[in-house]
Ligand binder design. Structure first.
Ligand code: ZEM
Length: 286
């Protein structure tokens, strides 16, 4: 295994695969960000279970969760990187790929540390049902994110990732992108949430979302019910407005919250070595 621990080489290879002319809006970036988020967003602080350590989505019980529909595309995009750098764990690859993708799409720099390990079997997977449901409102969003240990400000900051990518009828049942340019990170999601008029729409599959017809694009932009809950809730709304007005503030807060997300459940010693790896292979690479 040559070049073991060469994360610069890994990062360079991730950058090279982002351009995917045949896929969605021409980029693997958004779905890679969602992979990183869903790998980590199963964390439960009370039982200290779930989180990005383990890369449980390789197993059917987690990978086949309807909440993770579509993320097989992200894992497939990354497979050549794993093959080229076999010393790398999937758990590190998935989190790093999300962070590289955000940066390459004009987003903030997000601190990242290696050392995550991969489960060797499916005995420690988090139960299904820990990821948020876009059809629901503020109470549900708080229930999910408080469980991970996030506060209201961090919830709003993280939600700004919906500036990227789109919803797919054959994955979540929702349809369309949030912003006109969904492969460029910015605070536009918050600006459009504040500035535009969002009308309820029931899709032909019965799924309810909110839409705004964009004339230049000749396409409908969308918001999930859980997105608009942020502007309707009196504790969330001030953060939506702050991030709509101040891109620098959003980038700073998003970076901090995303760095926290991919470290949930991971305990490190002073050298950065992960000390609670269990039932896993791989481990810290010096
Ligand atoms: Zn999402 N998200 N998300 N999200 N998400 C989708 C797509 C993307 C919610 C949600 O239900 C959905 C966060 C929070 C929450 C991304 C990143 C992050 C989709 C569409 C849904 C339904 C899936 C599909 O059909 O392909 C809910 C309810 C959330 C919280 C309340 C957080 C936090 C994220 C990262 C920090 C991204 C990048 C996408 C776009 C994926 C793609 O394939 O384009």
């Amino acid at each position: 295994m040559s070049n073991s621990g060469n994360y610069e080489a890994v990062a360079a290879d991730i950058k090279k695969l982002l351009h995917q002319p045949e896929y969605d809006d021409g980029s693997a970036g958004p779905v890679l960000v969602r992979l990183a988020w869903h790998s980590a967003g199963t964390y439960d602080a009370e039982t200290d279970t779930g989180g990005s350590n383990g890369a449980g989505m390789r197993y059917e019980a987690e990978g086949g969760d309807p909440a993770n529909a579509g993320l097989q595309h992200a894992r497939t995009f990354l497979e050549p990187v794993k093959e080229k750098h076999p010393w790398l764990t999937y758990a590190d690859l998935w989190t790093l790929a999300g962070i590289i993708a955000i940066k390459e799409m004009d987003g903030p720099t997000i601190p990242w540390k290696p050392g995550r390990t991969d489960y060797v079997d499916d005995s420690k997977l988090p139960p299904r049902g820990r990821l948020p449901d876009g059809a629901q409102g503020a109470d549900h969003v708080r229930f999910i994110f408080y469980r991970m240990g996030f506060n209201d400000q961090e919830i709003v900051a993280l939600s700004g990732a919906h500036n990227l990518g789109r919803t797919h009828k054959d994955r979540s049942g929702f349809h369309g992108p949030w912003v006109p340019n969904p492969t460029r990170f910015s605070n536009q999601y918050f600006r459009l949430m504040v500035e535009l008029e969002w009308k309820p729409k029931t899709l032909d599959n019965g799924v309810k979302q909110f839409v705004h017809y964009d004339e230049d694009l000749d396409e409908e932009l969308m918001m999930l019910p859980s997105d608009l809950a942020l502007i309707q809730d009196k504790e969330f709304a001030p953060w939506v407005k702050k991030y709509a007005a101040d891109k620098e503030l959003f980038y700073r807060d998003f970076s901090a919250a995303f760095a926290k997300l991919v470290e949930l459940g991971i305990k490190r010693d002073e050298s950065g070595k992960i000390v609670n790896a269990d039932n896993v292979k791989g481990g810290y690479i010096s």
